[in-house]
Design a protein around this ligand. Structure first.
Ligand SMILES: [Fe+2]
Length: 191
């Protein structure tokens, strides 16, 4: 079950538990599924290697056809390919199968050779790489290449970006505050 996989993954990470202990107020809610092309790409992607999180990865892939996939950057300058292929659905929060007042959680999937432009939001955020590999960038700090088990944390309104090359990437992403303000692109040209 995806909730148990998510909880087990979260509590096993000292960095995530320090960022926000897994909440004890989780409740289930109904989901209105919404599919975008990224869902099918995730379901057939054979590049999501992970030697740590196979169970959570597989639960995320199994849930993909039933999820409400988001298009956070629709109407902005991002490319049509990005809108179609960048994958995000909620696990905890609006549109997700669970809700909490303490923490929100999403999966973020990117197929190979995709660029996620610089963006920011007031919420503090932690990314845990579950599978694959990507370049992770954040304003004022050195770029990092992360694969399964890697964590990166974004401060409030600290711009960040991500890019995949030969490999796709799958992340578990959590917010711990300022839930009501959505991410916005940092640059008008989406670079
Ligand atoms: Fe973010």
């Amino acid at each position: 079950m995806i909730l148990e996989e998510m909880r087990a993954t979260h509590v096993a990470s000292a960095e995530l538990q320090a960022f926000c202990p897994f909440p004890d107020d989780i409740r289930a809610q109904s989901v209105c599924p919404f599919q975008i092309p990224s869902s099918a790409l995730l379901q057939k992607d054979e590049g999501l290697f992970s030697d740590i999180y196979e169970g959570f990865r597989d639960a995320i892939v199994e849930a993909a056809p039933h999820a409400a996939w988001r298009q956070t950057f629709k109407g902005t300058n991002v490319s049509t390919r990005f809108l179609n292929e960048f994958g995000c659905y909620s696990l905890i929060g609006n549109g997700g199968p669970f809700e909490s007042d303490i923490m929100k959680a999403w999966i973020v999937y990117m197929p190979a050779r995709l660029y996620y432009p610089w963006h920011h939001h007031p919420a503090e955020e932690a990314y845990l790489c579950l599978a694959g590999q990507a370049d992770y960038r954040k304003q004022g700090e050195a770029d990092k290449v992360l694969r399964a088990g890697g964590v990166t944390i974004h401060k409030s309104n600290q711009s960040h970006a991500m890019e995949t090359h030969e490999c796709p990437v799958l992340n578990y992403v959590v917010w711990r505050n300022e839930f009501d303000i959505a991410p916005v692109l940092t640059y008008e040209d989406a670079r």
